[in-house]
Structures are given as structure tokens and as C-alpha cells.
Design a protein around this ligand. Structure first.
Ligand SMILES: C[S@@+](CC[C@H](N)C(=O)[O-])C[C@H]1O[C@@H](n2cnc3c(N)ncnc32)[C@H](O)[C@@H]1O
Length: 204
């Protein structure tokens, strides 16, 4: 299967899972609240150095598991952008979280209709392995990050656990977290990375 076809299959997969995504991965069976893994997620969010008036991008946001954690750090002057290319994820996210301080955008990470150098913090949570061109995606994200902004790529699983988790599902079976992150950091087209932003990769 070529890369475009693979990505269409992947996007269909996420669209089909959107309605049940939060329940499946984040619902505490005892309380019914979507706060499973909240301790680890809070730790990740605290590393973003979010200030109350910041503009934050949650890319590959899915149905919005991070929304309450990020909003709790923003004042009325802050703004959260929830971006995903799967329309059903954005629809579900909007249904659950409303519009207070949130801008929802349905877009591929490669086509983000967002202003250059405008975000204080960008998080890719549990989505980076799914980007079809990871180096190009990093370039795009670096472009919209403010100088000294923070780009965080974070997961609740290790790279090996992510690979095992994806192995069982053909739509995402080849999606991997790069093991040699320094390759991406040194990509020749994006010389500005090491000085323009901080890339923080958090693994379990
Ligand atoms: C494993 S889910 C994680 C969703 C959410 N971050 C969470 O942890 O619940 C990966 C998400 O990345 C999105 N995604 C994958 N490739 C994308 C791309 N090229 N551009 C934008 N979103 C993408 C998918 O639609 C999906 O919602």
C-alpha cells in the first residue's frame, strides 16, 4: 500500500473510533470519569510550562483527553487550539468540551492554517508515530512555534510498547516513534530547531 493510501486507511480508522475513544482509553471504570492516567498526564502537562495567557496547540488531539488539563492552566486570556485531521474526533471533542477558550481545527498537521511563530507551546500527545512524514511535521510545528516556545512529544507508553500496541491493528501497524530522535533534530531543512524551540520527548 502506498503512503497516501495507508494514511487514508489510518484516518478512516481514527474516524471510526472517535465516538468511543475517550471511554476506551481514559474512562475510570469505577467513577465513569475520563481521568484514567491523570497522574502521568498532569506530569506531562506540567512540563509544558504553560502560562495563563499562553496560546497552546494540542495537535492530533483526538476527542480531547488533554483539554481539561490544559484549560486548568489557562486564564481567560489564554487560548487552546485543538487540531486533528479526523473530522469525527473534532466533532466529538467539540461536543464534550464546548468552545470556552478553545478553537477547533480539522486539519492535517502538514496543512495547518495557523500563523507562523504564534504558539507558546505545542503538544503532540500519543500521535507522533501516526504522522506520515515525521520530519516534515516537525518542520511545520517548529514554524508555528514562537522562538523559545516548547514542542513536546509525549506518550504514556515506551517506544517498544507503542510498537507492540500498534502491531495488532493493520491501519496503524507500521506507525512507530523514531528511536533516534536526534535524526529529526538535525534535519538539514530545519536548522532552526535547536535554537528556536525546545523539543522535549517524554516516554514512560
Ligand atoms: C492515537 S490518537 C491520540 C489522540 C489523542 N491525542 C489522545 O491521546 O487521546 C492519534 C490522533 O492523531 C490524529 N492524527 C494522525 N495523523 C494526523 C495528521 N497527519 N494530522 C493531524 N492529526 C493526525 C488521529 O486522527 C488521532 O486522533
Amino acid at each position: 500500500m502506498d503512503t497516501d493510501m495507508q494514511d487514508m486507511t489510518r484516518k478512516t480508522f481514527f474516524n471510526e473510533k472517535a465516538d468511543t475513544w475517550l471511554d476506551k482509553f481514559y474512562k475510570d471504570p469505577e467513577t465513569g470519569i475520563h481521568d484514567r492516567h491523570s497522574k502521568k498526564i498532569k506530569k506531562i502537562i506540567s512540563s509544558l510550562n504553560i502560562e495563563p495567557d499562553h496560546k497552546v496547540l494540542d495537535v492530533g488531539c483526538g476527542s480531547g483527553v488533554l483539554v481539561p488539563y490544559i484549560l486548568s492552566r489557562l486564564s481567560s486570556k489564554g487560548r487552546l487550539f485543538e487540531v486533528d485531521y479526523a473530522e469525527n474526533m473534532i466533532t466529538q471533542n467539540r461536543k464534550v468540551h464546548g468552545y470556552d477558550r478553545i478553537t477547533f481545527v480539522c486539519s492535517d498537521v502538514m496543512d495547518l492554517p495557523l500563523e507562523d511563530s504564534s504558539f507558546d507551546s505545542i503538544i503532540c500527545f500519543a500521535c507522533f508515530p501516526h504522522f506520515r512524514d515525521q520530519k516534515a511535521a516537525l518542520g511545520k510545528l517548529a514554524g508555528i512555534l514562537k522562538p523559545n516556545g516548547i514542542l513536546t512529544i509525549a506518550h504514556l507508553l515506551s517506544a517498544k510498547e507503542i510498537a507492540d500496541h500498534h502491531d495488532g491493528e493493520s491501519a496503524v501497524s507500521r506507525d512507530r516513534l523514531p528511536v533516534k530522535h536526534e535524526t529529526a533534530l538535525r534535519h538539514p531543512d530545519h536548522e532552526q530547531f535547536p535554537i528556536a524551540c525546545t523539543i522535549l520527548i517524554i516516554l514512560n
